[in-house]
Design a protein around this ligand. Structure first.
Ligand code: FES
Length: 249
């Protein structure tokens, strides 16, 4: 008889309850972990025509001219950025148009659009709110900032608000750790955030205005929170600490 003996069946009965009772925690999906596979949908398939506006076409031509003959594909990031500014996101037919204009295989455009998280391959709202959750921001309370963003925009991570005004996503470090916690809304960074700042920022946007970007704490850029504490003296002039003997008589 095994050590467990008759207890095996007892364990089998208990085990599912134990698992059911366990507080399993999962983390929300990152924008970076979005599926890279394209599936045709009603609003995103190759049959939907895409054209650059006249103004954007002029910009694209100017961008391409920055590169030597035969290297026009180097303008791909600028081209996809123009698409995104025109449409708000990058549909598959726009990728095909870019491939055609830049004379490059479509797969190269797909690779670019699926690698960089700033390329939006689906509509992410009129205002795309990206909440940083990497370590420095997390240590400075990005969890509560995320909950506040979700509450203020009525939108959960990866989704859209009911009025399609906001889309919220979690992203990796946005390169402004000295001003953590940070969120980015489209091109603007909002830094040194508190819960109240988040409510104010979202409310201002809902009222049709764009709040001032940058640190919300009042400090300038990433200077110390207690004010400037180094480089307080006037910088010494030329010749500082140079040997006397090296000076011309
Ligand atoms: S960790 Fe958030 S900006 Fe670097």
């Amino acid at each position: 008889m095994s050590l467990l003996g008759n207890n095996v069946s007892k364990f089998r009965m208990i085990l599912p309850n134990v698992i059911r009772g366990r507080a399993l925690s999962t983390t929300p999906k990152l924008l970076a972990s979005e599926l890279v596979v394209h599936r045709d949908t009603e609003d995103n398939n190759p049959c939907i025509p895409f054209q650059f506006t006249e103004a954007n076409m002029k910009r694209l031509v100017a961008l391409v001219q920055n590169y030597p003959e035969g290297s026009q594909r180097s303008a791909i990031s600028g081209a996809l950025d123009l698409v995104q500014r025109q449409m708000g996101w990058i549909p598959i037919s726009a990728m095909h148009k870019v491939a055609e204009i830049l004379s490059m295989p479509r797969i190269r455009v797909y690779e670019w659009a699926t690698f960089y998280t700033m390329c939006k391959r689906r509509y992410r709202g009129k205002y795309h709110v990206k909440v940083c959750k990497t370590l420095p921001c997390m240590l400075r309370g990005s969890d509560i900032i995320l909950r506040t963003v979700e509450e203020a925009t009525c939108c959960t991570v990866g989704g859209l608000s009911p009025d399609k005004m906001f889309g919220v996503d979690l992203v990796e470090c946005q390169g402004a750790c000295a001003n953590a916690p940070v969120i980015a809304i489209d091109d603007d960074y909002y830094e040194d955030l508190t819960v109240n700042d988040v409510y104010n920022i979202i409310q201002t946007i809902k009222c049709g205005n764009i709040p001032p970007a940058g640190p919300q704490s009042g400090r300038f850029a990433a200077e110390p929170a207690c004010g400037q504490c180094s480089l307080l003296d006037c910088p010494p002039g030329p010749g500082y600490c140079v040997q006397q003997s090296l000076f011309c008589e």
